[in-house]
Ligand binder design. Structure first.
Ligand code: UDP
Ligand code: MG
Length: 310
C-alpha cells in the first residue's frame, strides 16, 4: 500500500481534535500501515495548536501547520495539500461530519478499481436548519445552470485523490479558491460515495449564514461569467423595446398630433432601468474586485509554525 496523507483543516477545534484523532487512528490502523495525519491550524484562538503539538510529540505520524491568522478553510486545505507527502491524499473535516468509515472504500476504489479520486456527498441534510438547506439547494441548482463544471448536490470537500490529481489541483493558483468546483474542474476518473448526514460531534459550526452566502457567491463568480453576460442580454432587450417606443412616439407626434402624457410611466421606466444599471455595475464590480485581488497575487496564507517529517 502506498503512503496516505490525511489533511485536516481546523479552526477553533479543541473539543473535536482528540475525538477525531482517536476515531481516525482506529480506522487507519486497519487500512494503512504508512500514513501521515496533517492538521492545519487556521489561526485558531483556542488550544487547537497546543493539542496538535501534544499529539505530534506522542505520535510521530501526526504533523501540523499553523497559520499566522485565520485565512479560511480554502487556504487551510491548500496549505495542507501542498505540504503533505503521501502518494494518496485525503482532505476531511475534523468534526467527524466526513465519516472516517468511508476511508476503506475510498482506498479500495483507488487501489483496486482504478479510480483517480473518490468524493463523498451527503444525500440528506438532517439536523440542519431548514432555511440553510433551502438556500443550499438553490445554490446547487443555480451553479449547475451557470457553470459547466459538475458540482454534485450535497458534495463535500471530503475527497481522496492520487498524487497526480493533487498536483493538478495545486496548479490552479487562483486567490479566490472554490474547491468544490476546482476538484471537478481538473477532471480524472472520480467515484462518488453517498452517505447520510451526520451532525458535528462537538463544538459549533464555523460557518455563519453570511459566511456561507459569501462562499456561494465566490463559487458562482469563480466558475461562471454568465452573470456578466446577463447584462448584455438585458441591454439588448431594453434597447430593442426603446427603439420601437421611439418610433411610436414619433408617429403619434407627427401624424396623429397626439401629445404624449404620462409622467408616471416615464418615471417607472427611469427607475427600472437605472436600477438595472446599478445592479449590473455591481456585478461587474464583483468581477473587477476579484481581478484586482488576483493581480496583486498575494500569498494565500502565512505559516507561523510547522512540524512536518520528510
Ligand atoms: N474551518 C477552517 N477554517 C475556517 C472555518 C472552518 O479550517 O475559517 C474548518 C473547520 O475546523 C472544520 C471544517 O473547516 O474542520 C468545516 O467547518 P464546519 O464544520 O464549521 O462547517 P460546516 O460543516 O458547518 O459547514
Ligand atoms: Mg462541520
Amino acid at each position: 500500500m502506498r503512503k496516505l496523507s490525511v489533511v485536516v483543516p481546523c479552526f477553533n477545534e479543541q473539543e473535536t481534535i482528540p475525538i477525531f484523532y482517536k476515531e481516525l487512528r482506529i480506522v487507519l490502523a486497519k487500512i494503512a500501515n504508512d500514513y501521515q495525519l496533517l492538521f492545519v491550524d487556521d489561526g485558531s484562538e483556542d488550544n487547537t495548536l497546543k493539542i496538535m503539538q501534544l499529539l505530534s510529540k506522542e505520535d510521530p505520524k501526526v504533523n501540523y501547520l499553523s497559520f499566522s491568522r485565520n485565512f479560511g478553510k480554502e487556504a487551510a486545505m491548500l496549505a495542507g495539500m501542498r505540504h503533505c507527502g503521501g502518494d494518496l491524499v485525503v482532505v476531511m473535516d475534523v468534526d467527524l461530519q466526513d465519516p472516517p468509515a468511508l476511508l476503506p472504500r475510498m482506498i479500495e476504489a483507488i487501489e483496486k478499481e482504478g479510480y483517480d479520486s473518490v468524493a463523498a456527498r451527503r444525500v440528506n441534510r438532517k439536523g440542519e436548519p431548514p432555511i440553510r438547506s433551502l438556500f443550499a439547494r438553490m445554490f446547487y441548482a443555480l451553479i449547475s445552470k451557470l457553470t459547466d463544471v459538475e458540482i454534485m448536490v450535497g458534495s463535500r470537500e471530503y475527497r481522496m485523490m492520487t498524487r497526480q490529481v493533487r498536483d493538478s489541483i495545486l496548479e490552479l493558483n487562483e486567490y479566490h479558491r472554490f474547491s468544490k468546483g476546482i476538484f471537478g474542474w481538473v477532471g480524472y476518473k472520480t467515484k462518488w460515495l453517498e452517505y447520510q448526514n451526520i451532525e458535528r460531534v462537538a463544538g459549533g459550526t464555523k460557518y455563519s449564514f453570511w459566511k456561507l452566502f459569501k462562499f456561494a457567491l465566490e463559487g458562482i463568480i469563480a466558475f461562471s461569467t454568465v452573470p456578466l453576460k446577463i447584462a448584455s442580454v438585458f441591454g439588448i432587450f431594453f434597447s430593442v423595446i426603446a427603439f420601437f417606443i421611439i418610433i411610436v412616439i414619433i408617429i403619434e407626434r407627427l401624424w396623429l398630433s397626439n401629445p404624449v402624457a404620462g409622467w408616471a410611466s416615464i418615471m417607472c421606466v427611469i427607475v427600472l432601468t437605472s436600477g438595472l444599471q446599478m445592479l449590473f455595475l455591481g456585478i461587474i464590480g464583483e468581477y473587477l474586485a476579484r481581478t484586482h485581488m488576483e493581480t496583486k497575487a498575494r500569498p494565500k496564507y502565512f505559516i507561523k509554525e510547522k512540524k512536518i517529517d520528510k
